[in-house]
Design a protein. Structure first.
Length: 243
């Protein structure tokens, strides 16, 4: 299937999510695992951060509270998500939202000091290409962080693939780490972040069989993978020619 068709499918699907209000709803679901990830990242006030697959922009706005002297760019393939993110972020001068896909990030090389992506990477049509693009827009010595709930080592999420109307990648932690290394990242590491949210007695949603499976899923936790762009990894700046 051509890449443009894959992008169209993703855009249409996530536009539907946005129109149904699911962009906002995801803050409630993802925050319990995002907060420990942000603590590990230890963002500094002057950083420039890219939020890939930003959805309705809640995480970009949260990061903006930490990087008060830097810039936050949220990027999403869904124009409806971007529209909602912009609408909810009026007045925040150092935050902006752009339409784009991770495999062709509409930004200059070496601009960002961090890249974060929450619950998005397993949808990317070509995760290896996406990680190479993230590597390109990062400065040397700076790091990329991917947080996902759908990965092979957690058996309690495997059923999602069949329920989602767009293709997904069910990779293990080691496979994600290998993709990071292949893109050029060093100091690649991964860890689990358990979700401490209390599980209700009865579960009536569509993603888990019952409350016990939801509890087991949360106990396994989200997968956080990160890596650093080493010094000397960028192509040299074009040299001035002396005539
Ligand atoms: C499950 S939502 C998560 C949204 C947000 N990160 C959050 O936690 O609320 C996945 C998001 O990734 C975006 N996405 C999927 N594939 C993408 C791609 N190739 N490039 C950029 N964004 C993508 C979707 O449009 C959607 O907004």
């Amino acid at each position: 299937m051509p890449e443009t068709v894959k992008h169209d499918h993703l855009r249409e699907e996530f536009n539907r999510w946005a129109e149904a209000g699911r962009g906002q709803g995801m803050e409630h679901d993802h925050l319990p695992v995002v907060l420990p990830a942000l603590a590990l990242m230890d963002l500094q006030p002057d950083e420039n951060v890219l939020d890939v697959g930003c959805g309705s922009g809640w995480l970009s706005r949260l990061i903006a509270q930490r990087v008060t002297q830097g810039r936050v760019v949220g990027m999403d393939i869904s124009d409806e998500m971007v529209r909602q993110a912009r609408k909810a972020s009026g007045g925040l001068e150092h935050v902006m939202f752009v339409l784009g896909s991770v495999d062709e990030i509409p930004w200059d090389a070496q601009f960002f000091t961090r890249v974060i992506s929450v619950e998005s990477a397993y949808y990317w049509p070509d995760p290896a290409k996406g990680l190479r693009e993230i590597f390109r827009v990062l400065r040397e010595g700076c790091s990329a962080w991917i947080l996902i709930n759908y990965y092979r080592d957690n058996p309690h999420c495997h059923q999602w693939g069949a329920k989602l109307p767009v293709p997904t990648h069910l990779l293990s932690a080691e496979q994600w780490a290998a993709l990071f290394r292949a893109a050029g990242f060093a100091e690649v590491a991964h860890r689990r972040i358990p979700d401490p949210t209390p599980t209700p007695d009865v579960y009536s949603g569509r993603w888990f069989r019952d409350a016990a499976e939801l509890a087991a899923f949360r106990a396994e936790g989200a997968l956080l993978v990160h890596g650093t762009k080493p010094a000397g990894a960028s192509p040299p700046e074009p040299k001035l020619r002396v005539l």
